[in-house]
Design a binder for this molecule. Structure first.
Ligand code: SF4
Length: 216
């Protein structure tokens, strides 16, 4: 089996990779925090914030604002080798709700999530191809709740469809997830306790209510 984490380490240390352009789809500032600090010495990164799965507009705006603030702060500190750019994706939660129609009651990690991954990776591939980026990638593989192998398979497929290279990842490896928690604390980033859609929020609330009733 291919070790994508090792493969990425090798790429990041390859001199000819330096300065290549990468469109990084980001789900939120906390997940991007580790990913950006990990790759920004090598790649010229543009962050694409395309997340119509965040069904509540206020939540969407809050997460997008945190993403921009984090990028501004690390750019101001001179952490990336090349200043990181931010690109707003279109936002219409109906796009997500239409795509997952019939799959609303699937649990997190089920079929609804696979559709959601494809929606976001497909648009990322389209934008990356249009902008003639060398690669596109996603921060989604940082989460222990997300299937990196599935994300990488979808990323590869969408990359082929649009004619742009997908950079496979498993950012949670090598303590990546824990580092993102530390960075979130350091930068005071808002860390939501649900994935993004109304269905994941309801699932989290049911879980919390269950935990409360177990302790009563
Ligand atoms: S739980 Fe997360 S990944 Fe799954 S459909 Fe909802 S927003 Fe998308």
């Amino acid at each position: 089996m291919i070790n994508v984490s090792k493969q990425m380490d090798e790429l990041l240390n390859t001199a000819s990779e330096k300065g290549k352009t990468l469109l990084l789809h980001s789900c939120c500032a906390p997940c991007s925090s580790y990913v950006l600090t990990y790759i920004c010495s090598t790649y010229r990164v543009t962050v694409l914030y395309f997340n119509p799965n965040i069904t509540e507009a206020a939540e969407y705006e809050k997460r997008a604002a945190e993403e921009k603030r984090f990028i501004d702060e690390i750019n101001a500190k001179g952490i990336p080798a090349f200043p990181i750019r931010y690109l707003d994706g279109r936002y219409d939660s109906k796009e997500f709700l239409d795509a997952v129609k019939g799959y609303e009651s699937c649990p997190e990690r089920g079929e609804r999530c696979a559709i959601c991954f494809r929606l976001r990776l497909s648009e990322s591939a389209r934008v990356a191809a249009e902008g003639k980026y060398d690669y596109f990638a996603t921060t989604l593989t940082l989460s222990p709740l997300k299937d990196a192998a599935l994300l990488n398979r979808i990323g590869e497929e969408e990359g082929i469809r649009f004619g742009v290279k997908y950079l496979p990842s498993d950012f949670k490896k090598k303590g990546g997830y824990l580092k993102s928690i530390e960075l979130s604390k350091e930068y005071g980033l808002y860390r939501q306790d649900f994935c993004g859609c109304v269905f994941s929020r309801a699932e989290r609330e049911r879980l919390k209510a269950g935990q409360r009733s177990n302790t009563e």
